[in-house]
Design a protein around this ligand. Structure first.
Ligand SMILES: Nc1ccn([C@@H]2O[C@H](COP(=O)(O)OP(=O)(O)OP(=O)(O)O)[C@@H](O)[C@H]2O)c(=O)n1
Ligand SMILES: C[C@](O)(CO)[C@H](O)COP(=O)(O)O
Length: 231
């Protein structure tokens, strides 16, 4: 049995700005998408046999050519993404082979520098029987819930809160059932499984798995990359 990776990379990157979609922005001379694919490939314990990448419509052929050298013997499928992240994941999921896959990872192209250990922890947890797995890190800010008028409603106990990253790992048929239902308002795939009543397991994430979202994040990305290239 092998793993399939879905990479939602079809976002515009409005918060990052710039001329091209975020997945094509470069760090250290290579696009965020290439870094993300290379990172997943490096997780040898994941046995990645298939990549399905959702990209901005019209870029499918170019992206296929761009990524071919990085996927090794794995199958590569590239599909036009949808309006929301969940649409892109659903469209990609339709291209994940049904046979021979025991774990589907969903990994944001924008979390391009996730360490191999995190990827392998997620896959191992799915293979150990957890149907849905997310990597998490502790929350360092105090979080407050507010009302529509901006007034504080309450302050949840921070020790019970975590920030959620990707890759998120799923038993394939669970992910298919999760995406067959209503996806409105879901900001990650695990949330869709929660809506089905499934208990989601957490594993340790990493600060390096941060999501490139705003311009300053590119500076952090460059710094992580040059640290890795030095060591
Ligand atoms: N319609 C969409 C929206 C997002 N994504 C992907 O989902 C991941 C997480 O989304 P985010 O970081 O929010 O990216 P953008 O939507 O591009 O960012 P912004 O909201 O700033 O435009 C990214 O890899 C992004 O390319 C996608 O595949 N399809
Ligand atoms: C999936 C995710 O990266 C987990 O933290 C996050 O929810 C994506 O959110 P975004 O609003 O699409 O950036």
């Amino acid at each position: 049995m092998s793993t399939a990776a879905i990479i939602p990379a079809a976002g515009l990157g409005l918060r990052l700005g710039g001329e091209e979609p975020k997945a094509f922005r470069e760090v250290g001379g290579e696009s965020l998408l290439v870094h993300a694919v290379r990172g997943l490939r490096a997780a040898t314990a994941a046995d990645l046999a298939c990549f399905v990448v959702a990209v901005p419509a019209g870029t499918e052929d170019d992206v296929h050519k761009l990524l071919e050298p990085y996927v090794g013997s794995a199958v590569l499928r590239v599909v036009a993404g949808g309006a929301e992240r969940t649409d892109s994941v659903r469209l990609a999921l339709e291209l994940v082979p049904v046979d021979g896959i025991d774990c589907v990872l969903v990994h944001d192209a924008a979390r391009s520098f996730v360490p191999v250990e995190v990827i392998e922890r997620v896959v191992l947890a799915v293979r150990s029987g957890a149907p849905a797995v997310v990597p998490v890190i502790p929350v360092t800010d105090t979080i407050k819930r507010i009302d529509p008028g901006g007034m504080v409603v309450d302050t949840p106990d921070r020790s019970a809160l975590v920030a959620v990253q990707t890759p998120q790992g799923f038993e394939p048929n669970l992910l298919r059932r999760a995406h067959a239902g209503t996806v409105a308002g879901a900001t990650d795939d695990a949330m869709l499984c929660e809506r089905l009543g499934v208990t989601v397991r957490t594993v340790a994430g990493s600060e390096d798995a941060f999501k490139v979202t705003r311009p300053r994040d590119l500076i952090l990305a460059e710094s992580i990359l040059s640290e890795r290239r030095t060591s």
